[in-house]
Every structure is written in structure tokens, then in C-alpha cells.
Design a protein around this ligand. Structure first.
Ligand code: FAD
Length: 607
């Protein structure tokens, strides 16, 4: 009896499997089926978010993708299943779970991998990377959504085109479809500042597998740009390019930060394509000023902020960080290593420039008008405004990055800067009693600039003069349950920006918790979000493209609290249990209304 039950079960499983296989065969042919059966997970580049899917497919054309969506939708309907589809790639760059149809942390039961009609489907765009159509006279190009920004720029360089300076993401190893969906941006103060700004038309697929073509300024276009794929999958994008141009990038390093907010206003008077890197602990900042120029390109000059770092060197940095990070209670180990940590941080800021070919460091403390303190680089706009580092990106080593970003109003920047300084003063250096503390070398605030729009769920929708404030933190991968050194500073800045300054989280550059702060809910901050939901009701009433995190945001539900959720960045702690081992959830000294995980007992007595 037992044998016949199990053989019946095996038979059923075989027939369900064969149904699933034939479904995938129908859509993609045998090569894709193999991938669909073996690669069920995909992960983000920093290693924090793991997505699961029952079927994982890699279409190569809009038609293939549309047929796949239709097949999955029909199969789900026949078996009365709720289907979830998300679009991403094998190693994606979002830090939020919007990229996943399913994440193990959030849904308790594992997916039924033998299901003939999968519930969780991932569309991978890496084979979706071609330039499709070019109009040289009009400077337009139509590309597939999986093409990386960097590949577009390389193509443009060879084909006598460029982009507006602000359009490309400054780190360009990102897909154009992902960037537009997540509202990714470059920098341009109230001018072109994102790939969404140069999009003219989208081809996209809705939840029934129907293909649409929508202009950028149609309701559908406003729903897709910055829309996190809520109404459908963008498959092709027509982009407005420009004639070829050259860009001059001036990097001015180690400026004193006493008047940084006023300095920013002054710089913006003349330079719209600007970025700044600020180290509040070192009281210094670097200004990067980019502008179009008629000057000739200097051979070899190129964007260099995100530069290739050979893995052994990155691992050597990690060796300095490891004992610091492990020494959570700031004992003698930290006290002996802190000066080296600060020096490494200072050296890295002195070194970093927007673009150059030189490897010589800047002159520390040189005044603004001293030419030697400035590195000037000139090159094709395609190589000056954006770059990459693969395969030698720092995060491919034993180092990883915690990175968050919000858009706030420029008018609020002076007060925000003062508050940030207060956090460093009161919480990091404990009112000057621990002057030797610095964030690790990658711990800085990065400013870029954007423009408001009338998109339905774009980050800068309805904003006047958005400033993107990004808070970076680098840590060792070797201590997975241990926060980065002084990471509570980043946690403090994150809550301050989110709550007091009503910061809008970048859809691809924050952790899930940014959309679930119990006291600072996000939905009302997006003034056109109801229109987005109307579009969803029109094109995806079954919510096939709505990931769980988005469902929670729409329902205004707070983050899910669990042991260690603050360490995993899925909540802001309210109790000690949300922190890691040896940490306590305590109010900030600077802003007691926000709680962070600090080493327990709260940093030991100094001196
Ligand atoms: C090292 C690094 C550098 C970064 N630099 C920048 C930067 O300079 N500027 C900036 O703004 N951001 C930047 N980001 C943030 C962010 O990850 C990207 O803007 C964005 O997520 C694109 O990454 P991706 O191509 O891997 O897309 P994904 O992470 O795969 O996708 C982003 C989101 O869009 C959805 N999606 C993807 N493709 C489609 C599609 N075709 N149709 C519909 N929905 C889709 C996904 O489901 C996901 O929710 C950076 C991130 C990292 C890790």
C-alpha cells in the first residue's frame, strides 16, 4: 500500500513537473528551461537580499516575455493560484526586496518547487540587452530594458552620440529598465538628472501578457517611470540622446565643512551637474563640479569615483576593519586602531576625485582657489559622467556596503546639515570625549541633485528642488551578525532624514525598513500615489506585479519585527531583542525620539 501511494505521489509529481517543463519549453525552448530549473535564487550585489522563484526565466525579446507572462497567468488562473512576477537579474543592485517575487525572510513556507503552475516567477533581464533601433538624425535610440547604462554609453561613444550630463547613473553597471523603474538618477539640479528624464517611449507588458507602447508623458509613462514595475514590465525604451559632447570635471578636495550648506547653494548658482562627498567626522568635504565644455578631451581622463580595486587590496582594507568592527565595546583595540582608521578615511577622501587619469593624491587642506588642490579632467561626456568597476568592485571582496539614500528639499538642507553635525558630536564623539572616532573609510554622506516631476510614484514626484542625500557605510563580510563600526551613526541619520525631513527613500537604494517605519509612514509622501493605484487597478487588478513589501506600503503596515531585525535592516529597533548580540536599543543622545542599536552597555565609560 505504502509503495503504491508513494508511486502515485511520484507519478503525480512527475506529471506536474512535466507540465511545468512543457510550459517552459513552449515559451523559451530547451536552453532557458535548464536555467529555469537550476537557478531558483538570485541575490543582490552586497549580499543582503536573497530572492526566490519557482520559475526563473530569461527572455530575449518582448514577444518571448509577453508569451511567458501570458502562459504563467493562464496557468495560475486555471489552478486558482495567486501569481507573483518580478523582474530583475542574477546579481541585482537594489537593496530592497521589491526585486523579489518571494523572500524567505518574509513568507514562512518554502515555495512548492514541483508546481506545474508556479506562483513565484522571476524574469531575468540579462539576455535582454540589445540596441534595437537608431535614428541618427533625431539622436534617438531604442534599447532593451536589460541593457546596462554603461553599455549604452559605450555604444553612444562609438556611434557619435552622448546623453545629457545628468542622465546616467554615476555608477553605470545598472540596467536601464531597473534604473528607470527604481527612479535611479545621476545629478542635475532642476535639470535632466535621470534616465527617466531622457526616456521618450516605453514598450511594456501587462499582467495578461499584452504588449503596450506608451509615451513617457502619458499616464502609463508616468506610472512606469519610478513605478518599481507595479503595473508591468518595461521591455524596450526609446531614449533621447544628444550630439557628442565633452565634459569637464573639477574635483576640489578636503574643503572645510563649516558652511557646507551655503557653499552648496553657491556652487549650484553656476554648476548644476554637481556632487559632494562629505565626512562630518573629519569636518571636510569634496566638491565635484561637472560642466559641458568645448575643451578637447585629455587622453585617459574618465570617471573614477567608483574605481576598480584589486581584490587583495580591498581585502587588506578589510583586515584593518575586521578587528575594529569586532571590537563592538570600543576597548583598547579600537583605541589603538582608531587613529589608523581616521587616517585611512582621510587618505581616501584626499584621494577620491570625480574623474582623472592621475593616481596622485590631492593636497590636503589646500584652499579652494589654489589650482593644485583641484583635479581637472576633460573627456567625452559618455566616459566622464559615469563608470564602473566590475569585476574588481570593492564589494566583490570581503568588504560590503550598507547604503541608504533619500530625497529631501534643498530648503531643508541647512537644518539637516546642522542636525547631522549634532549626531556626530553627541553620539559619535560623545560631546568631544571620544574625538578619535571616525566612520570607516567608506563612511560618508554623498550629495546629488535632481528635479521634481509629476510621475505617480517617482521619488521626486511633486518636489521643488530635490537633493539626494546618500549615507554610506563599509563593513566586513566576515562578521555577518555584527553591525559595521559605529553603524548607529548611519541608523541615526537614516531615521532623522526619514522622519524629521520627510525624506523619500530611493526605491532601489534602501532597506525594506525605510518603507515601514511605524511613526513615519511613506505612502502620503508621494502626492500622486493614488493615481498609481488607479493604473494598477486598470492593468494589474490581480496584483501580479505587486511584491509583498509594496502591499505593506500600500496598506500602511509597519515593518515586521523579529529578533535581530535591526541588524538585518528590516526594522528600526524598539527593543533590545531587535539588535545584535551585545547591543541594546537606546535613544540617541542627540535626538532621543529615535532609537538605535548601540553596544551594550551604551558605549563604555571613556578615559
Ligand atoms: C554599487 C551600486 C551603485 C549604484 N549607483 C546608483 C546611482 O548612481 N544612482 C542611482 O540612482 N542608483 C544607484 N544604485 C541603486 C539602485 O540599485 C539602482 O538604481 C537600481 O536598483 C538599478 O539596479 P539594477 O539594474 O540591478 O535593477 P534591479 O535592482 O534589478 O531593479 C530595480 C527595481 O526595478 C524593478 N525592475 C527591474 N527591471 C524592470 C523592468 N524592466 N520593468 C519593470 N520593473 C523592473 C525590480 O523588480 C526592482 O524592484 C546603485 C546601487 C549599487 C549597488
Amino acid at each position: 500500500m505504502g509503495t503504491s501511494v508513494s508511486s502515485r505521489a511520484a507519478e503525480t509529481a512527475r506529471s506536474r513537473n512535466s507540465l511545468a517543463w512543457s510550459l517552459l519549453f513552449l515559451v523559451f525552448g530547451s536552453a532557458a528551461v535548464v536555467k529555469a530549473e537550476t537557478e531558483k535564487t538570485y541575490i543582490n550585489v552586497y549580499g543582503q537580499v536573497k530572492c526566490y522563484a519557482e520559475a526563473l526565466v530569461k527572455p530575449e525579446s518582448t514577444e518571448q516575455l509577453a508569451a511567458a507572462v501570458k502562459q504563467f497567468a493562464d496557468a495560475a488562473k486555471q489552478s486558482s493560484k495567486q501569481l507573483k512576477i518580478r523582474t530583475s537579474r542574477s546579481v541585482f543592485h537594489s537593496t530592497a526586496s521589491f526585486a523579489c517575487p518571494y523572500t524567505s525572510d518574509r513568507i514562512p513556507t518554502a515555495p512548492d518547487t514541483s508546481a506545474a503552475a508556479p506562483s513565484y516567477v522571476a524574469v531575468m533581464t540579462e539576455d535582454f540587452n540589445k540596441v534595437l533601433q537608431v535614428d541618427k538624425a533625431a539622436y534617438t535610440v531604442t534599447v532593451q530594458a536589460g541593457l546596462r547604462v554603461l553599455d549604452l554609453l559605450r555604444w553612444a561613444d562609438k556611434n557619435g552620440m552622448a546623453t545629457e550630463l545628468g542622465a546616467p547613473t554615476n555608477y553605470a553597471e545598472l540596467t536601464i529598465g531597473g534604473v528607470i523603474s527604481a527612479n535611479g538618477h545621476g545629478t542635475g539640479f532642476n535639470i535632466t538628472s535621470s534616465m527617466g528624464d531622457i526616456a521618450l517611449e516605453f514598450t511594456w507588458v501587462d499582467a495578461l501578457g499584452t504588449v503596450h507602447v506608451s509615451s513617457r508623458d502619458s499616464p502609463e509613462g508616468r506610472s512606469l517611470a519610478g513605478g518599481v514595475g507595479l503595473i508591468g514590465i518595461i521591455t524596450e525604451i526609446k531614449l533621447q540622446m544628444t550630439p557628442p559632447s565633452n565634459t569637464k570635471a573639477v574635483s576640489i578636495n578636503l574643503l572645510p565643512d563649516a558652511n557646507i550648506a551655503a557653499d552648496i547653494r553657491n556652487f549650484l548658482q553656476t554648476t548644476k551637474n554637481m556632487a559632494l562627498m562629505w565626512r562630518p567626522d573629519l569636518k571636510k568635504y569634496n566638491a565635484f563640479l561637472m560642466s559641458k565644455t568645448d575643451e578637447k578631451a585629455k587622453p585617459g581622463d574618465h570617471a573614477g569615483l567608483t574605481f576598480p580595486l584589486p581584490t587583495p587590496i580591498a581585502n587588506a582594507f578589510q583586515l584593518v576593519l575586521l578587528p575594529l568592527q569586532a571590537d563592538v565595546h570600543d576597548t583598547a583595540v579600537s583605541r589603538s586602531l582608531n587613529p589608523l582608521n581616521c587616517l585611512t578615511a582621510l587618505t581616501s577622501v584626499a584621494y577620491l576625485r570625480w574623474a582623472s587619469k592621475s593616481i596622485l593624491p590631492q593636497v590636503p587642506g589646500a584652499p579652494l582657489d589654489l589650482a593644485v588642490a583641484q583635479i581637472k579632467a576633460v573627456g567625452s561626456t559618455n566616459v566622464m559622467m559615469a563608470g564602473g568597476c566590475e569585476p574588481f568592485c570593492m564589494w566583490n571582496s570581503e568588504l560590503t556596503v550598507d547604503d541608504v539614500e533619500f530625497a529631501i528639499e534643498l530648503d531643508d538642507l541647512p537644518a539637516w546639515v546642522d542636525d547631522v553635525k549634532k549626531i556626530f558630536q553627541k553620539d559619535l564623539t560623545e560631546d568631544g570625549r571620544a574625538q578619535d572616532r571616525c566612520l570607516p573609510f567608506g563612511g560618508y554622506v554623498f550629495f546629488r541633485f535632481g528635479k521634481g516631476n509629476s510621475d505617480y510614484s517617482s521619488v521626486t514626484s511633486g518636489m521643488k528642488s530635490p537633493v539626494y542625500v546618500e549615507l554610506m557605510h563599509v563593513k566586513s563580510r566576515k562578521l555577518p551578525g555584527v553591525p559595521g563600526k559605529y553603524q548607529f551613526v548611519q541608523d541615526a541619520l537614516e531615521q532623522l532624514t526619514l522622519c524629521k525631513y520627510r525624506g523619500r527613500p530611493h526605491w532601489g537604494k534602501n532597506y525594506d525598513r525605510a518603507w515601514g517605519h511605524p511613526d513615519c509612514p511613506m505612502r502620503e509622501r508621494l502626492p500622486n500615489f493614488d493615481k498609481q493605484l488607479e493604473m494598477q487597478a486598470k492593468y494589474d487588478p490581480s496584483k501580479v506585479f505587486e511584491p509583498l513589501l509594496m502591499s505593506r506600503l500600500i496598506a500602511k503596515q509597519p515593518s515586521i519585527y523579529s529578533a535581530g531585525c535591526d541588524v538585518q535592516r528590516s526594522c528600526y529597533c524598539t527593543q533590545d531583542v531587535h539588535c545584535g548580540q551585545g547591543f541594546a536599543c537606546v535613544p540617541l543622545a542627540s535626538f532621543p525620539q529615535y532609537k538605535v542599536c548601540k553596544p551594550s552597555p551604551l558605549l563604555p565609560k571613556l578615559g
